[in-house]
Design a protein around this ligand. Sequence first.
Ligand code: GLU
Length: 434
Amino acid sequence: MIRVRFAPSPTGNLHIGGARTALFNWLYARATGGKFVLRIEDTDQVRSKEEYLDEIRNSLQWVGFTWDEIYYQSQRFDTYRQQAQRLLDEGKAYVERSPEGKEAIIYKVTPQKIRVSDLIRGEIEFDAQTIKDQVLIKSDGTPTYNFACVIDDAQMQITHVIRGDDHISNTPKQILMYQALGFTVPLFAHLPLILGAEGGRLSKRTGATAISDYRKMGYLPQALVNYLLLLSWAPGADQELIDINEAIKRFDIKDVNKTAATFDLKKLAWINNQYIKKEDPGKLSELVVPFLREKGFTSGRALDLDYVASITKLFQERLATLADFPDWADFFFSDDVKMDEAAQKKHLSADLSREFSLFIERLDTLADFDVAGIEQTFRELVKELNIEARALIHPIRVALTGKTVGPGLFDVIYYLGKERTKKRLMQWVKRSQS
Ligand code: GLU
């Protein structure tokens, strides 16, 4: 049975790189009917923090990478010491005493060539001439990463170590430890680096943000997972959108890209929009509610879930993130319309009080206040006034929404309702007349 693990250190949040490593491990386990182990590498008791641990676990759950087993290295210190003692007893390790009298346990490295047949990168040869003797247990009594990692991978019966390329230099050191401890060496697969849009390492500015931040920014977990997949695997031909269940059916670790991936926020936003478009409107409206609340829309119509659902539908096609929603739909939830000054200058500088007043009158006498009725009234009015529709559409839109872009104007009027529409137009009539 295939057993893989994701081994984050809770000394920071889960970032894009870690999430991609977790994804490929989880995916491989699910694709092969194996087990996905989560191992918390919390041996650094100063830098490990409970809040990071929570963030990592919550983020993994949010993207759906459920684990079958979980272990904490901080609960296994005895095991590491026992194994170090064994190496001491076998003469493979020695004790080094610091001037303060603290003892560290060091492994004696024998010069040799080490070959790894990496499932992604192919054959790699390392020269252990260059590897110095390795610390197993530090003078503070805690194990080093390379030592604890090997003991755990062996005892947790990990068959495939899938991790980022940044660990490639650890691999020969770990192989030496497997040999010293007499454990079976697992297979290795090193995932290619993720670069920022400008070529360098992924930085905060280029997208190396915590997964919990992507959640706060309004990305859907399915979209993020789809994007992480594309970072190192091509589902075939030019396919970019792939459902995770389909990926589970088609994935093979051997097909992972060898070349570095470039993280592209624009692409992620595009994928997110694709998933938002496909989302069930009712579900989507539930997802936007926290974003409305967060922006301070906590009363009135923002509490009416049917209303929120109707408005969500109007924006569904164009949302790149859920966080766009309160920014674009604010005028439906607040009467304090945020005015885009350039739009006002362009479309509301002329005196339109006569046109606006006439439109208000027509809306008042409208028998059926529905989208079709509103549109018909409007079209009749511009015909009578002998003006082009857009000469009035843009000013009305800006007066009602404060913006030049948005859903169809007649939808806007319908969902604002007659009273709010009249009131907002009246303000401009009064302004022109004063
Ligand atoms: N704790 C290590 C890290 O977060 C794990 C590396 C590994 O997968 O072996 O980088």
